[in-house]
Design a protein around this ligand. Structure first.
Ligand code: GLA
Length: 386
């Protein structure tokens, strides 16, 4: 097994892979997907006049992670299932250009400079008001129309196990103060852990909240809904929202409610409960306040099991919260890598982050970044089987 980073373009076609299956092995019973052919010629292209490529990291266990510089996105992640077959557990596209589409729901992308919502697209810093593009009802979501998800990042460095993307958002380009220089590093190790490290600096006081917006389906992309996945979130409280999904400021206990994921249950178990919060979110679309159960330098955030594949994903982070989104707005608007559509709740997102609307919520952990300060945070996605 070659364990090194490379531009896939150099290699040409990397082969025909079937979700949850190594080439030449029978399909797993749960696998309803069709063949996926990822190659640089199909994927690469020009977006906004700039070259967009496909990049790959591999480890000694055969885990393959694919990235692109457009949005510094994860575009594929092949991990072994309980039978040892490889399964692509993130949703995405075969072509770079397909990511440049307003109907594209932030697949695998970095969102920023402020991921999640800012109420009415406005906030104040040192008495000065900043106005942002309104792109989600009355609010700003994920940094506005372009944010950093429709940006062409550059590859700053790469080695056998990691790749670093860099992008500087110009002062006021999306309404945020400061030239904000961001770096995101993906590192894949031989323990089947994908780590995402974030760094940012600004020449003016600003706000920052970077995260990755990957949609996961641990039974494989395009293999049906995620409702039977088992999930645990290490959070005793969550941030209830108003009808526009802006936190009310309360940190509410999850105990006894549909939001109680403190022990393992299926995503679908309580998703249709009679709860105004679920009505507002059209399901789960909420930030959970991590209880800060530690594992080494990390906070435990979430534990998820694909009911059919046996694939386990544990998320650890340095962030205070995690947004759980159950794919409620997925509505067959785009076509995935394996030819299926992004049907309702066929993917879920778990986005480690600071709380939504923090710039307007003085009681939430601060998201302010001062000139001279270095913003640094990281999250870890560990894959195993059950
Ligand atoms: C985030 C939001 C959701 C939704 C998705 C993209 O996770 O919280 O409400 O907008 O992005 O569809």
């Amino acid at each position: 097994m070659i364990n090194r980073f490379r531009l896939i373009g150099i290699m040409g076609v990397i082969g025909i892979l079937v979700a949850c299956q190594q080439p030449g092995t029978p399909k797993s019973q749960y696998d309803t997907s069709t063949s996926v052919k990822m190659d640089s010629a199909t994927f690469a292209g020009k977006v906004d006049g700039k070259d967009v490529h496909l990049y790959e990291l591999k480890n000694k266990n055969g885990v393959q992670a694919y990235f692109t510089n457009f949005g510094a996105r994860i575009v594929g992640l092949w991990v072994p299932d309980k039978d040892g077959n490889l399964c692509d557990v993130v949703l995405g596209f075969t072509k770079a250009a397909d990511y440049h589409n307003p109907k594209e729901p932030y697949f695998g992308t970095i969102v920023g400079p402020f991921g999640n919502r800012i109420a009415k697209g406005t906030f104040k810093l040192d008495g000065q008001t900043y106005n942002l593009p309104i792109n989600n009802g009355v609010n700003t979501l994920h940094g506005g129309f372009k944010g950093v998800h429709f940006a062409n990042w550059s590859v700053k460095s790469s080695d056998e196990s990691s790749i670093t993307f860099a992008y500087t958002l110009a002062d006021k380009a999306e309404g945020f103060p400061g030239n904000i220089a961001m770096e995101v590093t993906y590192t894949l190790n031989d323990q089947n852990e994908l780590m995402i490290s974030y760094q940012a600096q600004s020449d003016k006081k600003t706000v920052i909240n970077l995260t990755n917006h990957a949609y996961f389906n641990l039974n494989g992309e395009g293999s049906g809904t995620i409702l039977d996945h088992q999930m645990q979130i290490f959070a005793d409280r969550f941030t209830p929202v108003d009808s526009t999904l802006i936190p009310t400021g309360e940190l509410k206990q999850v105990q006894g409610s549909a939001f109680d994921f403190t022990s393992v249950k299926t995503i679908g178990q309580d998703i249709n409960a009679d709860d105004q919060q679920l009505t507002y979110g059209k399901g789960y679309d909420h930030n959970f306040v991590l209880s800060k159960q530690t594992e080494g330098e990390w906070y435990k955030a979430a534990h998820v099991v694909g009911d059919k594949s046996g694939i386990v994903m544990d998320i650890l982070t340095q962030e205070p919260g995690i947004q759980f989104y159950s794919g409620n707005f997925m509505n067959e608007l785009v076509q995935l890598k394996n030819g299926t559509k992004d049907s309702f709740r066929t993917g879920f997102c778990l986005e480690p982050q600071h709380f939504p609307d923090s710039p307007n919520q003085p009681s939430f952990p601060s998201t302010e970044l001062n000139p001279g300060q270095v913003y640094q945070t990281k999250s870890l996605y560990r894959f195993s089987v059950k």
